[in-house]
Design a protein around this ligand. Structure first.
Ligand code: ATP
Length: 322
C-alpha cells in the first residue's frame, strides 16, 4: 500500500468532517475519492497532503509515518481546481519552478521540463504565459508542474471541475493515459460518479465524513454495499421492496409467473440508443431501460400490460441482441 489512513478524525468546531476514516490506497493506481458535496473528500485529501492536520489518527505514505510531517517533506504533488499559476512566468518556467527552488542543475531542469511538456502535450506552448492558454491546457500545465519534482504521490482536488463538459471529458481520458505512462500513485477528488467510474482503478465512496465503500468500479456498481452507494453510482428504480438498476429489470408480455409484477406501460422515452419504459405496477412507477432491439422485439406501446421482474442472470441479459 502506498497511503494508509488509519482512524482519522477531523472536526471543525462541532462539525464532524471525518469520522474515524481508514483507507488503504494502493501504490501505482489511480484512486478516486467520490461523494456528495460536503462529505469530507477534500478534507481527507488535504490531510494526506499535510495541508490540514487530523485531530487524531495516522497517515502513512510509502511506509513512512507522515502524520506530523509538513507538506514539503511528504513528497506529494498536488493540483487544485482553481490552480494558481505564476502569471508572469512562462509555461516552461512554471513547470521548472519546483526544480529551481530545489536548486537542481540547469541542464537537468531543462531536460526534465522538456520531457514533462512533451508528456502533457504542451511543448509548443513552452514560451507562452499561463493567460495565453485554455483552461484545459492550464490544468495540464498544473499537472506537469506537480509531476516535475517526481512525487511518490499525486493528489488532485477536482482538477477538471471548473471546465466545460467536453474539455473535462478530454482531460479525463488524457489523465488515464498519462497515469498509465507514469503510474505514480494518484488520488483525485470528484463528486462526479461518471468521472470516477470511467477513470479510476479504485473508488473510495465518502459521505457525511464516513467511508461507505471501497472497491473497483465494477464492485461498486454491481455489488454496492448499501442503498447510498447504489443510488450515488447510477440510476436506480424500486420494484416492490427491491432497489435495482433499471437495466437489470426484464420485461415480457407473456403470462405472469411467481417472480413477475404485472403493470401497465405509462411512458416510453428514447435516450440515445436506449429506451426507457415506465411501468405503473401496484402503487409504484418502475423504470426499465432496454436496448433498442430488446424494445422492438417486445412490440409494446403505451398502455400495454406487461410483466416486470429482476433479470435472473444480469450479465447474460445486458448487451445481448434480442
Ligand atoms: N476550514 C474549515 N472550517 C470549517 N468547516 C470546514 C472547513 N473545511 C471544510 N469544512 C466543512 O467540512 C465539511 C467537509 O468539507 P470538504 O471540503 O471536505 O467536503 P467535500 O466532500 O470535499 O465537498 P466538495 O465536493 O463540496 O468540495 C463541509 O461541511 C465543510 O463545510
Amino acid at each position: 500500500m502506498s497511503i494508509e489512513v488509519v482512524n482519522v478524525n477531523k472536526r471543525f468546531g462541532d462539525f464532524v468532517a471525518l469520522d474515524n476514516v481508514s483507507v488503504s490506497i494502493p501504490a501505482g493506481r489511480l484512486t478516486a475519492l467520490l461523494g456528495p458535496s460536503g462529505g469530507g473528500k477534500s478534507t481527507l485529501l488535504r490531510i494526506i497532503a499535510g495541508l490540514e492536520s487530523a485531530d487524531s489518527g495516522k497517515v502513512e505514505i510509502e511506509g513512512v509515518d507522515a502524520t506530523n510531517l509538513p507538506p514539503q517533506k511528504r513528497n506529494v504533488g498536488f493540483v487544485f481546481q482553481h490552480y494558481a499559476a505564476f502569471k508572469h512566468l512562462s509555461v516552461h518556467r512554471n513547470v521548472a519552478f519546483g526544480l529551481e527552488i530545489r536548486k537542481r542543475p540547469k541542464d537537468e531542469i531543462r531536460e526534465r521540463v522538456k520531457e514533462l511538456l512533451d508528456l502533457v502535450h504542451l511543448s509548443q506552448f513552452a514560451d507562452r504565459l499561463p493567460s495565453q492558454l485554455s483552461g484545459g491546457q492550464r490544468q495540464r500545465m498544473a499537472l506537469a508542474r506537480a509531476l516535475a519534482v517526481q512525487p511518490t504521490v499525486l493528489l488532485l482536488d477536482e482538477p477538471f471541475g471548473a471546465l466545460d463538459a467536453k474539455v473535462r471529458k478530454e482531460l479525463r481520458d488524457w489523465l488515464r493515459r498519462l497515469h498509465d505512462e507514469v503510474s505514480v500513485t494518484t488520488v483525485f477528488v470528484t463528486h462526479d460518479q461518471e468521472e470516477a467510474l470511467e477513470v479510476a482503478d479504485e473508488i473510495v465512496v465518502i459521505n457525511e465524513g464516513r467511508v461507505e465503500q471501497i472497491g473497483s468500479p465494477d464492485d461498486l456498481y454491481d455489488r454496492p454495499a448499501n442503498d447510498f452507494v447504489m443510488r450515488f453510482l447510477g440510476p436506480t428504480t424500486q420494484l416492490g421492496d427491491r432497489l435495482v438498476r433499471p437495466h437489470d429489470l426484464h420485461i415480457h408480455t407473456g403470462a405472469a409467473t411467481a417472480d413477475d409484477v404485472t403493470g401497465r406501460v405509462t411512458r416510453i422515452t428514447r435516450i440515445g440508443f436506449e429506451i426507457r419504459v415506465e411501468v405503473a405496477a401496484a402503487d409504484q412507477i418502475v423504470t426499465v431501460t432496454l436496448t433498442r432491439n430488446e424494445f422492438l422485439s417486445l412490440g409494446i406501446t403505451t398502455g400495454a400490460t406487461v410483466q416486470v421482474r429482476v433479470a435472473p442472470e444480469v450479465h447474460s441479459v445486458v448487451g445481448q441482441p434480442a
